[in-house]
Design a protein around this ligand. Structure first.
Ligand code: ADP
Ligand code: MG
Length: 638
């Protein structure tokens, strides 16, 4: 068939439907489209070129920027270089020295493998590569608007220098999206900082107009490098974490530094997650990290973190996105678990109480973990503490409340009316409000520090470091939450059968959703059923909420509302935590509740024995510390 004749005829004939003609694109446009995915801004060029330098075995990488990288990016390395014969191939699309066959995609050990970056960058800039390998002399190649000059001799040291000028000069749409030179420059430096985390052995330098923006010495340990990148002054704010699950081909190792909650930021820019040296953005890792900080930080904040993950290349697919920052783990739940555990354990082992001391005035050594708060991850509360803590009653209203033992007895006998009559109208308990902290006397070598409640809301005490001010509600909530969490791992919570069911209002959708909640109900000791198109009857209710005078109706209304949230998945352990969290909040002493001396003692004592006591389950701090040093400063004594 004569294609051209047919084409001409088709072009001449008036097209009724105005169907656009299909034509193959010119090579330059193809490259520019590809560049759209890889080269978004100067920082992406920096990333690709630094990766190339690292793949070439560089020990030093110098990045020079002009106009935020928009006018010029020049990256010089001392790697193995490119021979004269190979130079044109380096800028050809889909040409790479890093893989040969499809199989190789399953075990990528280099940063690059797509053979696309240089060609893409060359299609949207004026690019010059100068290179000298060990074998030969130096030479260079210039590419502009997709067409390249021939290879010409050039002088130069061993290694490669890639110069990218006037980025997006021929794609004005892209250029319009660029931010100010200052912003682009910041992003370029950030790209180098990210990559540098994974290669502490390599020296990096970033300059602009002769000014040094970043300088990192080579031959560093991962810790030294991480501190140099994040800032040495943060050393005391960072906690080391590690994991080693490298027991089989699917395993992984991890080392990291994670910031105290007080170091959290509004963006995730101070998070560095690298996999085998590759900077990645991965939902699984992000989620695990967020989970580890759950309750330690207000929602929407991002912890500072450096996480260096290593695994065999076979266990991960990096060929997911042109920018190569997304990956697919073969065993993502293992990755999730490993990261979560390592970070959570590290946080548990540290004293996270924030201090008032301004950062500048604080020598790093002052951040040493306090012995008092050092908890090694174990919940040290006894069952006794737990029950005692929920026994707080509002003072004055007549009859003696049932003891916990009496209640348990009642429960064991089934649905009989509990001893005492006052389940729903608890009575005074002036003598042993919290029953302090159990039977064992607290042995102390020196008199206990004085403790004080102010404005019926805050508790004040001292520790080795200074003065500690505690938000009584936040701390009690945390204590309750940890106790509940520990308690439910032993079995369902004790519950109290109601003489007459409490009737809570509910929407028809909430009522339809009731069966989904049966698992959660069973664990927390709630028995409830639909009692009409718009009401739910509560027949049994957790004893401890009862004792804390929480109304079953109000509790059920809140619980049903929470269960409607999109993120609430009753099959997930998180849902239970969510509910326990809510229980803890409702049961905790409130701001404005006057506490007896014994209660104050008990609460402060528990602070030292409960995990994550430095913040409430929502992440707000439970306590702040005014250090002696800071007091001296305030009183002009130092
Ligand atoms: P990729 O990195 O995916 O292979 P690139 O387009 O980034 O694709 O680079 C193409 C090829 O050019 C690389 O495979 C490599 O052989 C060579 N190359 C690029 N940059 C350098 C460098 N700085 N030093 C040595 N070789 C390089
Ligand atoms: Mg590359």
């Amino acid at each position: 068939m004569d294609h051209s004749a047919e084409g001409a005829a088709a072009a001449d004939a008036p097209r009724q439907d105005d169907a656009p003609e299909i034509r193959p694109l010119p090579a330059l446009v193809i490259d520019q489209i590809a560049a759209g995915e890889v080269v978004e801004r100067p920082a992406s060029v920096v990333k690709e070129l630094v990766e190339n330098a690292l793949d070439a075995g560089a020990r030093r990488v110098l990045v020079e920027l002009d106009g935020g990288g928009i006018d010029l990016i020049r990256i010089t390395d001392d790697g193995r270089g490119i021979s004269a014969a190979q130079l044109p191939l380096a800028v050809a699309p889909h040409a790479t020295s890093k893989i040969r066959a499809a199989d190789d995609l399953d075990r990528i050990a280099t940063m690059g493998f797509r053979g696309e970056a240089l060609a893409s960058i060359a299609s949207v800039s004026r690019l010059t590569i100068r290179s000298r390998s060990r074998e030969g002399d130096g030479h260079q190649l210039v590419v502009e608007g997709g067409s390249s000059s021939g290879v010409r001799p050039a002088s130069g040291a061993f290694g490669t220098s890639v110069e990218v000028r006037t980025l997006f000069y021929n794609t004005p749409a892209r250029r319009k999206f660029l931010k100010t030179a200052t912003t682009e420059q910041t992003r370029c430096v950030e790209a180098v900082r990210h990559l540098a985390m994974g290669r502490p052995d390599v020296a990096f330098e970033v300059t602009t107009g002769g000014r040094r923006l970043l300088e990192l010495a080579g031959g560093q340990s991962p810790r030294e490098r991480a501190l140099d990148v994040l800032g040495r002054e943060l050393e005391g704010e960072l906690i080391e974490c590690s994991a080693d699950r490298f027991d089989d081909a699917r395993g992984m190792t991890m080392w990291g530094l994670v910031g105290r909650p007080s170091l959290a930021r509004a963006t995730n820019r101070s998070q560095h997650v690298l996999l085998n040296g590759r900077v990645i953005r991965d939902k699984t890792v992000q989620h695990a990290l967020r989970e580890a900080y759950r309750g330690l930080m207000e929602p929407g904040r991002h912890p500072t973190a450096v996480l260096l993950l290593e695994m065999t290349p076979e266990a991960v697919d990096v060929n997911v996105h042109p920018a190569k920052t997304e990956v697919r783990f073969r065993d993502s739940s293992m990755v999730h678990q490993t990261v979560l555990r390592a970070v959570r354990d590290a946080l548990r082992g540290a004293d996270l109480t924030p201090t008032f001391t301004p950062r500048e005035a604080r020598p790093a050594s002052e951040h040493a973990v306090l012995p008092m708060q050092q908890s090694n991850g174990a919940v040290t509360m006894t069952a006794r503490d737990f029950t005692a803590f929920f026994k707080r009653q509002e003072p004055s209203s007549g009859t003696e409340p049932p003891s916990f033992e009496a209640m348990r007895h009642t429960l064991e006998r089934g649905d009989e009316e509990p001893t005492g009559s006052a389940e729903r109208e608890p009575a005074p308990d002036e003598t042993a409000p919290f029953e302090a902290t159990g039977a064992e006397p607290i042995i102390e070598s020196k008199p206990a520090p004085s403790k004080l409640q102010v404005h019926d809301s805050y508790l004040i005490t001292q520790d080795d470091e200074g003065v500690v001010i505690i938000d009584q509600h936040a701390l009690h909530e945390r204590v309750m939450f940890e106790a509940l969490l520990a308690r439910v791992s032993e079995g369902p919570l004790e519950s109290q059968r109601l003489l007459t069911p409490a009737i809570a209002e509910a929407t028809p959708t909430q009522i339809d959703g009731l069966p989904r909640l049966s698992g959660v109900f069973a664990v927390i000791g709630v028995e409830a059923e639909a009692a009409g198109p718009r009401s739910v009857a509560v027949h049994a209710f957790p004893s401890l909420l009862f004792e804390r005078r929480v109304e079953p109706e109000a509790f059920m209304v809140d619980l049903l509302e929470r269960a409607e949230r999109e993120t609430f998945d009753p099959d997930n352990e998180e849902a239970l935590r969510d509910v326990l969290d809510m229980m803890a909040c409702k049961a905790a002493v409130k701001a404005g509740d006057g506490l007896s001396a014994m209660e104050i003692d008990a609460l402060i004592d528990l602070r030292e024995r409960v995990e994550r006591s430095s913040s409430c389950p929502h992440g707000r701090p439970t306590s702040v510390r005014l250090t002696l040093r800071e007091l001296e400063r305030l009183f002009h004594r130092s």
